[in-house]
Design a protein around this ligand. Structure first.
Ligand SMILES: CC(C)(COP(=O)(O)OP(=O)(O)OC[C@H]1O[C@@H](n2cnc3c(N)ncnc32)[C@H](O)[C@@H]1OP(=O)(O)O)[C@@H](O)C(=O)NCCC(=O)NCCS
Length: 184
């Protein structure tokens, strides 16, 4: 992992009144209820965490900031509101060549208020400012209108469509690929 990416992984990010905190194991408690909502997982293969212990174990792995093989950097931020409650999670995985892939969850009670756009936008901006990051992309199920609207609002461009990219929860998943043109 490049020193710049390692530093970014530990850096809190301000996004207007939102605060993005580098994910720690002790975020499992405050994030569990929001992340346990099955509605967040309709268009992704992942399942909600079984319990807070399982979520904490996952966050402990993520707090290493890198995959066990060392070929991916794991950057994750918990999204915090001005009243100190949490609103979700933004994730970026950066491969050895510097290509970043993003994913994100905004809890249902916080959706539709521009929080995703601001939080994901701030992470994307931080990634784009890091010279070791060579590309920023996202793969999104074609049924996921909110996620597609979010990346398009941030300036991502559609670069491909993979029919039958996956199969989960009883249905085939077609995926659109988005990339952010990096203007450097
Ligand atoms: C995708 C997600 C993060 C959006 O979070 P959010 O805070 O509600 O998003 P915002 O309020 O910032 O809205 C972002 C854009 O999406 C649009 N949008 C929001 N919900 C929408 C919906 N259900 N359908 C269509 N567009 C929607 C908004 O109008 C906005 O577009 P605009 O800026 O052009 O007006 C949230 O719906 C979520 O967590 N979904 C479940 C997890 C998931 O699918 N993650 C993505 C995996 S690829």
């Amino acid at each position: 992992m490049s020193p710049g990416i390692a530093t970014l992984a530990e850096t809190p990010i301000a996004a207007g009144e939102l605060r993005l905190e580098p994910l720690r194991p002790d975020h499992a408690g405050p994030l569990f209820d929001g992340l346990a909502d099955p509605a967040l997982y309709h268009f992704i293969p992942q399942e909600p965490p079984a319990d807070v212990v399982a979520l904490r174990a996952r966050f402990e792995r993520l707090a290493a900031r890198r995959s066990p093989a060392g070929d991916q950097a794991w950057l994750n931020w918990a999204v915090r509101l001005p009243d100190d409650s949490h609103a979700g999670l933004v994730e970026a995985t950066v491969g050895t060549g510097g290509a970043a892939d993003i994913a994100y969850f905004i809890f249902r009670r916080c959706q539709g208020r521009g929080i995703g756009r601001r939080a994901v936008g701030a992470v994307v901006e931080a990634l784009a400012a890091e010279p070791a990051v060579t590309a920023i992309g996202a793969s999104i199920d074609t049924r996921n209108a909110a996620s597609i609207a979010l990346v398009e609002a941030l300036g991502f461009e559609r670069t491909g469509l993979i029919r039958g990219a996956d199969h989960f929860k009883g249905a085939a998943s077609d995926e659109v690929r988005y990339q952010l043109p990096l203007r450097r």
